[in-house]
Design a protein around this ligand. Structure first.
Ligand code: SAM
Length: 278
């Protein structure tokens, strides 16, 4: 085993040992990456591009699997950070550049663009203007038949949060097209039962996994799977009552196998899919 590979694996193991500490942010991406790594490994993925590399926290995770990584981010200061991380874990720092997934010309010179075996994008889709265009841009970065794993914020989770988002989901989405008289009755009833003022307005977009699946189908992606992650054992507003209980029970839920509970208990989901073969 190479020294770089060993270093990545040690780093990942050390991180896992901190996960039960509620003082440290919930390790949501760890659980997302477990399913992604499994699929990439079955698909023989050896090169990966990450859109929105951020602080580079995915670099050790995938290099620990022997995958060669590249990536880009819209924020120059984060590119500097991810280059440092890349170097630390034996990757070419020049494979990490400043670019915007909404502007293909900005990443046209990234070595490997169009030929990567796989793509990962965490926390990017909630911030883009045109979902269809961005998904096609992402598809264009990987080879035909390549793999994508793209994170979305789950709008169905609103049914478990009992707050402003619950109200907005029920009135705007579930009751879409129903008369304003009916919606007003429901709206009043909700305002009497839950605090519809909290939290503040959402700063990024939520997506409905049932609708997103149809978008991927329409754009020609294949083998589409919805993978919920970031479970909540109780609603986020109650987490501070018992942070340790929340952390341990939520992490335990990440491996539940019902096939449907995650659609409501998870604040995020991944779409894993293959790009068309040619
Ligand atoms: C929630 S952070 C996730 C960072 C990292 N992927 C992780 O999982 O830790 C989302 C990242 O996407 C980047 N981003 C947002 N819009 C982008 C765009 N249009 N093109 C490229 N990167 C973008 C942000 O700057 C940010 O670093």
């Amino acid at each position: 085993m190479s020294l770089d590979l060993e270093k990545s694996q040690q780093h990942v193991q050390q991180e896992i040992e901190t996960f039960s500490d509620p003082e440290i942010g919930y390790p949501a991406n760890h659980f997302a990456f477990i399913s992604v790594r499994e699929r990439f490994s079955l698909g023989g993925v050896s090169s990966l591009v990450e859109v929105g590399v951020g602080h580079g926290s995915a670099i050790p995770v995938f290099t620990a699997e022997g995958i060669r990584m590249s990536g880009f981010d819209i924020k120059p200061e984060l590119v500097v950070e991810s280059r440092e991380r890349a170097q630390e874990f034996g990757q070419d720092p020049h494979s990490f550049i400043e670019a915007d997934i909404e502007i293909p010309d900005s990443y046209i010179d990234l070595v490997g663009a169009g030929e990567f075996d796989a793509l990962v994008a965490m926390g990017v889709l909630p911030h883009v203007k045109n979902t269809d265009a961005v998904l096609l841009n992402m598809s264009g970065l990987v080879r035909p038949g390549g793999h994508v794993a793209i994170e979305f914020r789950n709008s169905l989770f609103s049914l478990f949060t009992f707050n402003r988002y619950t109200r907005e989901f029920i009135i705007d989405d579930l009751l879409n097209g129903v008369s304003s008289a009916s919606r007003e009755i429901m709206d009043k009833a909700l305002a009497e039962r839950i605090d519809v003022t909290k939290p503040g307005p959402a700063t990024s977009a939520f997506h409905n996994p049932f609708e997103v699946e149809k978008v991927f189908q329409r754009l020609g992606f294949l083998d589409i799977e919805i993978i919920p992650f970031h479970y909540h054992a109780f609603m986020p507003s109650q987490e501070s009552i018992d942070p340790r209980e929340f952390r341990m029970q939520s992490m335990a839920l990440e491996s539940e196998e019902s096939g449907w509970r995650g659609l409501f208990l998870c604040s995020a989901f991944l779409v894993y899919a293959r790009t068309p073969s040619s």
